[in-house]
Write a protein that binds this ligand. Structure first.
Ligand SMILES: [Zn+2]
Length: 437
């Protein structure tokens, strides 16, 4: 559904080529803000103020607000409590159709929304490149957040600047937002924007899914499973000690078996070939003291893990299956019968979700990607959980995931493919021009 003329299209492609250095520079500027999400707080403020200034410069009406000051947020069933939103503003910019002061998305006008999270996973570990330098080396731009997802944010900000600089006659509303608190399954920032009234015909979310157009994505949840014994120490014949370390070992084996079984079940459309992992993050038990390992059995242990799920799996289903894995292992294993277990939710439940793959915005995006790359576009489900579910399940706006290639997300030397930043900016700008023509 491409309606932009050849002239408009060529003007956009030329503009982006001429502003290559600005696109890279904007990505670097965003990476330089250490907007780490150290749950329950986060350091997004400076980065968000920078985005707000950018949006004002290109002529947007800008709204800066704390997520928890939005009416209805903390009462919403999808709100996840326990976060501190002081100094953590969401930022939304709206470019309305010329000489039009109406409310975005109202009156049947066309509208398009871009969304991204400004928070990044905290820097931890050692890499070759500085965390906050944005070093470009051999076609890759390095730094925390470059891939997840400041590269994508820079692309839609520059796409908006492009259509504004070219003075294209847009008849609809372009909404550009950056939210706080996505990492660690926060998602309240994205929910707050929806409740504030920023909704559109379609949303584009440039999480780094390797230039694939994803109308569906995985879900997941992080748990901590506590195993507690009756006593600690080293029995001197007076008692039989419980052993939470061996007990947890049995649970790990049971979880591995369960994961094989659930992956053998039929999977929903688009996820047929996927394997849904259980990723153990922490296994903790016992103590090493300054004078050596304590000669005693500890009284507790825990396992923390992230488990991924396809769309269709509900919170109740996931949690009751996990509980029954431990219950069944307990029945079969004497070592488990003398300890007690307790589940703790470390993140909210993130459902796998999707939007209609035949939504007209997908064709517009896909056609424009093909104009830019000269190759067929690739469509597949995103192999990760993200804030897309807030759009798909808790708003009227369907969200497609479409972002750059990169690597080492959540690890040292995170990088994004520089050439993809250029391709994305072009594809976004063409899509804006077509959708809002
Ligand atoms: Zn992300």
């Amino acid at each position: 559904m491409m309606v932009s003329t050849d002239r408009t299209r060529n003007a956009i492609l030329d503009w982006v080529d001429e502003h290559r250095a600005d696109i890279i520079g904007l990505t670097q500027s965003l990476v330089k803000f250490p907007s780490e999400n150290k749950t329950p707080h986060g350091e997004e403020r400076e980065c968000q103020m920078f985005v707000a200034d950018f949006l004002r410069d290109i002529g947007c009406r800008v709204d800066v607000f704390r997520p928890d000051e939005v009416e209805g947020l903390t009462d919403h069933p999808a709100y996840w409590p326990g976060r501190d939103y002081s100094d953590r503003p969401n930022v939304v910019g709206v470019l309305t159709a010329r000489s039009d002061e109406g409310v975005a998305g109202s009156d049947g006008r066309k509208s398009l929304l871009f969304t991204g999270h400004a928070d990044v996973v905290p820097a931890h570990g050692e890499g070759r490149f500085g965390w906050w330098d944005g070093t470009v080396d051999d076609g890759k731009l390095y730094g925390r957040g470059s891939n997840d997802m400041k590269g994508g944010i820079a692309c839609y900000l520059m796409a908006a600047r492009c259509v504004r600089d070219l003075d294209l006659d847009l008849s609809g509303d372009l909404i550009l937002e950056t939210v706080v608190d996505e990492e660690s399954g926060g998602a309240n920032g994205t929910l707050a924007c929806r409740l504030r009234g920023y909704n559109a015909d379609a949303a584009i979310l440039p999480e780094p899914n390797n230039m694939v157009i994803s109308t569906a994505n995985r879900g997941g949840q992080q748990f901590r499973l506590h195993v507690t014994g009756e006593s600690a120490g080293m029995g001197f014949g007076e008692s039989v000690l419980t052993d939470p370390i061996t007990a947890l070992g049995h649970i790990l084996v049971a979880l591995e078996k369960y994961n094989k079984e659930r992956n053998a079940r039929p999977k929903p459309e688009g996820f047929e070939e996927d394997t849904f992992p259980i990723m153990p993050f922490v296994l903790r038990a016992g103590e090493v003291l300054p004078w050596g390992t304590q000669d005693a059995i500890p009284d507790s242990s825990y396992l923390e893990f992230w488990i991924e799920i396809p769309p269709g799996v509900t919170k109740d289903q996931l949690q009751s299956e996990l509980r029954s894995v431990v219950e069944q292992a307990t029945q079969e294993t004497p070592a488990l019968q003398r300890v007690s277990t307790r589940w703790e939710e470390m993140t909210r439940f993130l459902p796998g979700t999707g939007m209609p793959a035949d939504h007209p915005s997908i064709k517009t995006l896909s056609d424009n990607l093909e104009v830019v790359t000269g190759e067929s576009s690739i469509h597949a489900a995103a192999p990760f959980a993200c804030d897309a579910f807030m759009f798909n399940e808790h708003s009227s706006t369907p969200a497609v995931i479409f972002g750059p290639r990169g690597g080492n997300s959540h690890a040292p030397d995170e990088w994004v493919e520089v050439e993809d930043l250029i391709r994305l900016t072009k594809t976004y700008a063409l899509t804006i021009a077509d959708w809002l023509a």
